[in-house]
Design a binder for this molecule. Structure first.
Ligand code: ZN
Length: 273
């Protein structure tokens, strides 16, 4: 399925009311250098051009999928026209500097009310729009390559462990970057996180083992020997966590011999220290 079809289905809109809009890397670089924002760039469009979400002779646009650096930056629902004016009167001073930089004179324009949507496809790497300025920056249903733009959905299916390992790796990479690199990535990062489906493997733990171990500990952490840090709201019992000495994922037994009741600090230390 094409990216437009996936997103149209996700938000139950007709395919011909979807627009794909790609801000080229060169434009975005200039935009950020002048202090402009992708939002301002997206929300204000010259009237009667291919970018006009309410073009008089074209199907009204309900969903705009914004592509930055060949990834889905955001999906917006067009709620209506907020204001009419010119590309200069409707935008920020920073955006006007951006237009001056690109030698764009003021043009009649519309500022749209746009609602960011939490899409499964935000952040998704896309294919079919490669090659700098050689291809138009906008595609509507029926456009030359509208239906060829797709995303790599399958490669993004993860299990919950892989997801956490992946995040740990990315945090280490982020800490190793320079403050300027991090700042640039943060500016271009989608503001709404992408939702994905993950698969999880769980163990059905024996409640009798947990109860026995909690009674054995009697409110005292079995590692650091200090009393539980607080009482549970629901029954005023001391809060301890039952931890397996050898992890169930490593194939060990769910028995009282393999389990200890410990305080949250000790529990974290067992996993991360
Ligand atoms: Zn402890």
């Amino acid at each position: 399925m094409s990216l437009a079809e996936l997103v149209a289905n996700e938000f139950h809109v007709a395919l011909d009311s979807v627009m794909l809009l790609r801000h080229s890397s060169e434009s975005v670089k200039k935009l950020l250098a002048t202090g402009g924002t992708v939002e301002d760039y997206t929300f204000t469009q010259p009237t009667g051009t291919a970018y006009d979400y309410a073009h008089p002779n074209k199907q009204p646009i309900e969903l705009v999928i914004v592509i930055v650096q060949d990834r889905v930056y955001a999906v917006y629902r067009v709620l209506g026209i907020e204001k009419e004016g010119t590309t200069y009167s409707l935008t920020s001073a920073a955006h006007q500097r951006f237009d001056v930089e690109r030698s764009k004179p003021p043009r009649p324009a519309r500022r749209f009310l746009m609602q960011p949507l939490s899409s499964t496809y935000t952040g998704l790497a896309i294919h079919g729009w490669e090659g700098g300025r050689s291809r138009t920056a906008v595609q509507r249903s029926g456009g030359a390559f509208f239906s060829q733009i797709s995303g790599s959905v399958v490669a993004d299916k993860l299990d919950s462990t892989a997801l956490n390992d992946d995040l740990d790796k990315q945090i280490a990479e982020s800490l190793a970057s320079t403050p300027a690199q991090r700042k640039q990535r943060l500016t271009l990062a989608p503001k709404l996180p992408r939702r994905i489906e993950v698969t999880t493997t769980a163990f059905l733990r024996n409640a009798d083992v947990i109860a026995e171990v909690l009674l054995r500990a009697n409110g005292i952490c079995e590692l650091c020997r200090t009393p539980a840090p607080f009482l549970r709201k629901k029954d005023r019992s001391p809060y301890l966590e039952v931890h397996h000495r050898i992890r169930l994922t490593d194939g060990d037994e769910d028995t009282t011999a393999n389990a200890i009741a410990i305080c949250p600090n000790c529990h974290r230390r067992e996993h991360y220290a």
